[in-house]
Structure formats: C-alpha cells, structure tokens
Design a protein around this ligand. Structure first.
Ligand code: NAD
Length: 461
C-alpha cells in the first residue's frame, strides 16, 4: 500500500527527484524502514512551480462552481479510498486506525465544505458616492500557491490548504512533511483519478531546508501558506517577506486547560488526558499546561495520574522527537519504535523553559492557582495564543474566560483541541500571523479581493 519509493508528483506524473537521491522514512510504531522518499531540491521545485504556472490560467478560467464540483469529486473519491488512506496514515505516524479514520473523514469534510463554497463565494455589492455607480467586491485567484505542512494530522493538513487553494482558482505546489510523504502522494493520486487537471496540484517531497526553502524563496510563488513550528515560520516570514509574497503562517501553541473549583472533575480529567496525550501530544492545540484551582488540585491530580500512565498515546514521529522529549523529562518506553510515557510534570516555574517552549509530545505540566484571576494571568503569560479551555459550571466564569483568554480558539467544558470545517482556526501572538484556516476565512488566505466599479451612462439608456 505504501510504495517502496515515494516520488514527487509533477504535472500529473510521478517522478524521482532530479538528484536521484532518496531519504529513509522509518515507521514510528517499530522503527523499521517504511519507505524511501524523493530528496528534492531547487530543480524539482522549479519544475513543479513551472507546471503549476502553466496549469493555473486554464484552471482559473473554469467557473468557481465547477472548481467546487471538482472538490466534491475529490472528496467522494477520498471516501471511496477511506480505508486505504487511513492505513497509510497509520503506517506513517503510528497512530491508531480509529484516529486515522477520523482524520480522513475530517479531510473529506473539508472537501465537501469547500465544494459548497463554490456556490457562494460571496463578495459585497453596495452603493457609491456617485450617482448611477454600483460598487462590488469579487475574489480573484492569487496564482501559484506554495503549501508547506507538518506531519501531525497529515491528511487534514493537506486538505485544509489544497481544497481552498484550488477552489479559489490557484494551482499548488505542496511540500509535505518528510515524515508523512506517502499519505500526501496517495491523496494526489486520488485527486487525479477524480479528474483534477494535470499541474493543478504538484507535490515536491523532501527536507525543509532543501525542498521547503526552495519553494518559499521561489520568485514565481504568489502565496506561501505554512503550517509548522514557530521557528520555521519566523524564517519563512522573513524569506518570503523579502520578495513581498503573501504569507500565511499557522504555528505552534502552549495551550492551557483551566480547571475551576466548580468543575465536573471527571469530565475535566477526561478532556485533559485527551487534549494532552491523544496523537502523542503532537497537536498544535494540545493541552500542554493544566491550570488547576488549589482547592481541587490534589483530587484532580490524583484522578489524572491514575489514568495518565495507561493512556494509549501512540508513538511520536521520529527518534529526534523522542530524544527532545526525553531531554524535557519524559521517559522512553522500552520497546522498538518511538514511544514515550505520557508524562505529567509538576512544580515547574511558569517562566522555566519547559513552561514556555512547545514540546509537541505527550508531556503536560500541572500548575496550582488560587482563583480565576491568577489562572487567566498564567494562561496569557505565554509567547503563544492558539487555544485555551476552561472547566467550570459558572456561565460567568466561562464568559469572562472567553473574553479575556488571549487565544484564537476558546473552549468551555471540553478539550483544547478540535475544529470544525466551517469555523476559522488559528491563533494570536507567536501562534500565527493573524490568518485563519478552514471556514470561509480560508478563502481570504487563498484569494485577493478586487473592487469593481460599474457606472451607468444614463444618457444612453
Ligand atoms: P516544522 O516547522 O519542523 O516543519 C513543518 C514543515 O516545514 C515541514 O514540511 C518541514 O519539512 C518544513 N520545513 C522545515 N524547515 C524548513 C525551512 N527552513 N524552509 C521551508 N520549509 C521548512 O514543524 P513540524 O515539526 O513538522 O510540526 C510541528 C509544528 O507544527 C508544531 O509547532 C505545531 O504546533 C505546528 N502545527 C500548527 C498547526 C496550526 O494550525 N496552528 C497545525 C499543526 C501543526
């Protein structure tokens, strides 16, 4: 189901990297060699961008309804291939088949959502200061979209960028994570089987500083849309900013889940565990900080610890990730592959490195606070601002938290993770640059607004 060699996909055809080199990709579940990945560089990026540039005008000339129809065809084809796609994700990431199926379904839903947007694609029509003039705004494609993504939920990561990009009339060059090349390749194959014209979606595999950097710096790429770490995002913003490309960054988080003294503790424990440890904590929205009122701290801690060790978090993505987590205080599990124990740290100062830096693994930190005031201070005392959750029975506390937490997403009585295809997702501060993915908000990333004036010559009526 996963080819021994995962190639690039340019202009509708599979191709090895121009260098002829391949990277090794290992299975997180057992550390075995899973496949080899095309190690692309600037020449491959040039070919992919040229193919996208050639394909884009014809694609943009179709009506947006027709481009939406293609999103629907791709989503339907993905549904046909649901099991196969999910199994590839399991092999590449080590997550459970159930989790992978859920992600495949989420990716499919994004296709259906964007298909519907092809029937809306609303602008504004309004009056003007001059007689007989009407003004309106219409969306325009950007041209070639350079899309760079993380490994953590590989199919939704592709879907969240590719569906809005193609709906808006762009052609894409996608650089998947070197850790999840096969699911991106399989998805491209599904797209072409569903009828997507050659060159509208091109895939360049390889390493970030090689293939990724060449894509970011390519002068013919109009949009750089990136999902990944803040460190890489900062470099991308500078590099793409130098040539004044449009840049959308969706970055990391250090998300807090607050447990008040009036919370349903069983529910709070359930969501704390899922938010901190599911997907091995490799979520931008994972709960890496648990902020608990002191009057319920011991009880919450006891219930959490009782369940944490048995939580089936799955392996992390690579040996490097594992070593980074062990250095931060997690324990390696004695089995082949990249497994660490779900870890709860305590007595960590809020300004310690581990409190401030995103760990991107199954490690969370417990903090003790007196009241909501102190909890809010701690929640907001972070370089990041992606998501935040509160557990309380009080509508007043919930409303105050929703108003004052500095985050792009707030959840009451649930987890810090989770999204809806029709709601914009993204963060503040170092979690992003203000754009939102998913929802109609994603259309703003992938299109430009044009302001059109229509003036009637009354003498000729
Ligand atoms: P990463 O920054 O290491 O890599 C992300 C992508 O960028 C990969 O495809 C990688 O190959 C590429 N890349 C790396 N260096 C590059 C460079 N110099 N130039 C161009 N491309 C480069 O991140 P990761 O470890 O894959 O993902 C984890 C991060 O992603 C976490 O910080 C997580 O919070 C974030 N993330 C954010 C969201 C969100 O929506 N905000 C969603 C998922 C993941």
């Amino acid at each position: 189901m996963i080819p021994e060699q995962v190639p690039n996909h340019v202009d509708g055809k599979d191709a090895p990297a121009a260098s002829g080199e391949w990277l090794d990709k290992f299975a997180p579940a057992d550390g075995s060699l899973l496949c080899r990945v095309a190690r692309s560089g600037a020449a491959d990026v040039d070919a992919a961008v040229a193919a996208a540039r050639r394909a884009q005008p014809g694609w943009a000339a179709r009506t947006v309804v027709s481009r939406g129809d293609m999103c629907r065809e791709v989503a339907l084809a993905m549904r046909e291939e649901r099991e196969g796609l999910s199994e590839i994700v399991v092999a590449e990431t080590g997550k459970s088949l159930d989790a992978a199926r859920g992600e495949t379904d989420a990716a499919i839903e994004m296709g259906f959502f964007m298909a519907g947007e092809g029937r809306r694609f609303y602008g504004r029509t309004t009056t003007a200061s001059m007689e007989h003039r009407t003004v309106m705004s219409v969306r325009q494609p950007l041209g070639v979209a350079g899309l760079l993504i993380s490994f953590n939920t590989p199919l939704p990561n592709v879907a969240w960028k590719v569906f809005p990009a193609i709906l808006c009339g762009n052609a894409c060059v996608l650089k998947p994570s070197e850790h999840t090349p096969a699911s991106a390749h399989a998805l491209a194959t599904v797209c072409y089987k569903a009828g997507l014209p050659d060159g509208v979606l091109n895939i360049v595999q390889g390493l970030g500083p090689e293939a990724g950097a060449a894509l970011v710096e390519h002068p013919d790429v109009d949009l750089v849309s990136f999902t990944g770490s803040s460190a890489t995002g900062r470099w991308i913003n500078e590099a793409a900013g130098r040539r004044l490309a449009k840049v959308c960054l969706e970055l990391g988080g250090k998300n807090a889940l607050v447990v008040c003294d009036d919370a349903d503790l069983d529910n709070a424990v359930l969501w704390a565990l899922a938010s901190a440890f599911s997907n091995a904590g490799q979520r931008c929205a994972s709960a890496s900080r648990l902020v608990v009122f002191e009057s319920v701290y011991d009880e919450f801690r006891e219930r959490l610890m009782a369940k944490a060790r048995d939580f089936d978090a799955g392996p992390v993505i690579s040996e490097d990730a594992l070593e980074r987590l062990v250095a931060a205080g997690a324990e390696r599990v004695d089995r082949p592959g990249y497994w660490v124990e779900p870890t709860v740290l305590e007595d960590v100062a809020p300004d310690a490195d581990v409190s401030c830096a995103e760990l991107f693994g199954p490690v969370t930190i417990l903090y003790r606070v007196r009241d909501l005031e102190e909890a809010l201070r701690l929640v907001n005392d972070s370089p990041y601002g992606l998501t935040a959750a509160i557990h309380t029975a009080s509508i007043h506390r919930a409303m105050r938290f929703a108003e004052q937490a500095r985050a792009g997403v707030v959840v009451v009585n649930g987890g810090t993770h989770g999204s809806e295809p029709h709601m914009g997702f993204g963060g503040v501060k170092q979690s992003g640059t203000g754009w939102r993915e998913a929802g109609v908000e994603a259309l703003d990333v992938h299109s430009d607004w044009k302001y059109v004036n229509l003036i009637a010559d009354v003498a000729r009526t």
